[in-house]
Design a protein around this ligand. Structure first.
Ligand code: IMP
Ligand code: MG
Length: 190
């Protein structure tokens, strides 16, 4: 059972739903009369983005980008590999990047710079979770669901070793799960 690997539920389904509605209300207000392009970063933000856009009641378009960090040795350089690029031409568009969690900031810093070079009218960042204690690159969210401490969390799209994304809440993983030697690599790896 997945539930047995969760030490603590940080945010329940109803807490998540309430906060997502608030974030969407902020976006509805800030972008009234405009047509933003919402870019969901795969895979982690797929659940959050799906819930968020269904609470957004202004016209918008939606696109996806998938990327992965290079191996740890090169991660400090900020190198990120794009696995699936956007379908949309973003020049002149008002872009809202949607991400599950802002951690070191390396991935988002790279993506924001990449998007910024394509002449969008504006770029804002919407993250569900923020772990400020982990920041290595200065990145700030314009819309932020919750600030959390430095625990490894899963669920609501967030994975460990590609598992737990389907949990409907966000929970803290029991350390024994990732301390199993054969699974350590998944935390350290790209
Ligand atoms: P960073 O900000 O470049 O370090 O990377 C952010 C990415 O790391 C997120 O998109 C997640 O995929 C992953 N990540 C960071 N912290 C967690 C966590 O607590 N649980 C699950 N994934 C995490
Ligand atoms: Mg991940």
């Amino acid at each position: 059972m997945m539930r047995e690997d969760i030490k603590q539920v940080l945010f329940s389904e109803s807490q998540l739903a309430a906060r997502v509605r608030e974030l969407a209300a902020d976006i509805n207000r800030d972008y009234a009369g405009r047509v933003p392009l919402i870019i969901s970063i795969l895979k982690g933000s797929f659940v959050f983005a799906a819930d968020l856009v269904r609470c957004i009641d202004i016209e918008c378009s939606i696109d996806f980008i998938a990327c992965s960090s290079y191996a740890k040795s090169t991660e400090t350089s900020g190198a990120v590999k794009i696995i699936k690029d956007l379908d949309t031409d973003i020049s002149g568009r008002e872009v809202i990047i949607v991400e599950d969690i802002l951690d070191s900031g390396v991935t988002l810093n790279y993506i924001i710079n990449l998007m910024g070079a394509k002449n969008p009218a504006s770029i804002k960042l919407c993250v569900l979770l923020d772990k400020p204690a982990r920041r290595r690159v200065p990145v700030a969210a314009d819309y932020r669901g919750f600030e959390i401490s430095d625990d490894f969390v899963v669920g609501y799209g967030l994975d460990f070793d590609e598992k737990y994304r389907n949990l409907p809440y966000i929970g803290v993983l029991r350390p024994h799960v990732y301390e199993r030697p054969e699974r350590r690599r998944a935390l350290d790896g790209p």
